[in-house]
Design a protein around this ligand. Sequence first.
Ligand code: NAD
Ligand code: MG
Length: 392
Amino acid sequence: MRRISIFGATGSIGQNTIDLIADGDGFAVEVLTGGRNVALLAAQARRVRARLAVTAHEECRAELQDALAGSGIEVAAGTQALLEAADRPADWTMSAIVGAAGLAPGFRALAQGRTLALANKESLVTAGPLLMAEAARHNATILPVDSEHSAVFQALVGEDMAAVERVIITASGGAFRDWPLEKLASATLAQASAHPNWAMGQRITIDSASMFNKSLEIIEAREYFGISPNQIEVVIHPQSMIHALVGFCDGALMAHLGPPDMRHAIGYALNWPDRRALPVARLDLAAIGTLSFQAPDLARYPALRLARDVMATGGLAGAAFNAAKEIALDHFIVGGLSFVAMAGIVEDTLCQLSGAGVLTKLPDSLDTVLAMDHLARRTANDIVAAWQGKQG
Ligand code: NAD
Ligand code: MG
């Protein structure tokens, strides 16, 4: 029996993971965690007969207890409980909390020396070297779940990294790919939350429209595969059928294709190093007919330029970048910031912190990274407040 824990079970990745394991044999579910969606968390815990269900919010404890009364499933609540749940022995842990909040539980799960399936790209963006070192220290395996990184990982099986010339990750271009630039300032939350190809959580969907998601993924690729920034390219591919390509020194390009369905990348990580049948659609290439590509326009997607600056700075710049992006996104979601203003807030936050000389410190501990996360959130919030003051 493989013991499985899922952090962020109630989210888009979490639900897909539950769907894959609920129908499979040989899985014993140790921990499921969620946020305020207590009814879903309780239903999932009953469905897979989890031993422990944890809500991240103390105030949701009673509701979760009521929903699981008589089930024999343990209940816990709060941030500390989330960390303790990561100490429970599990052979395979899915890290699918959204945002920097996913870093500490995933980091802690590595101490068990097992497999961490990493959907939470923010972990690598904020603390890549630290996370990889912790995995090595405990002889744990990190498997990528982001579709592009899973694709690269699969294209690299049996290959020598020394023969890799470049990695190309594809981007759909998001909701506003074909919008006139001048219209972007008026983009609404509903418009930004509608992805043309993928069904995902709201935050990553908006990040796809701004390409902040792709900017996180460039950094994620650098950290995961240990390649240099100039070896990572982004190409817009509106059909989202090719997820990534690896270019080798002999000029060969190995592409990974599949339908835009996260169950593929999740299932690959679940079955690795084997492959097993997955309930995903098979591509009909003749029906698709044409796959197209175009270079991303940096004026439309300033986030891509910022990712390059962040990689050049190194140190704690990734933690600051992600935190500022999360704050800008929070403000866009509640209506306090326009879609195009988000990149400006992130850039100003990085400028201010860089001026203060704090970005180049090494991410040598979780506390150092979390301290930068907090500082960047405060800084970004102040910049938003000043910006809003000027507007009105
Ligand atoms: P989601 O918003 O659908 O779900 C997020 C999950 O995290 C929920 O279970 C929620 O309760 C939990 N959560 C949110 N804030 C929390 C907090 N502060 N503390 C503890 N738990 C919290 O998100 P998602 O789309 O499933 O994405 C999850 C992660 O996977 C993200 O890092 C995202 O970038 C990455 N990812 C997602 C997809 C996708 O298809 N959705 C693809 C690639 C990568
Ligand atoms: Mg992705």
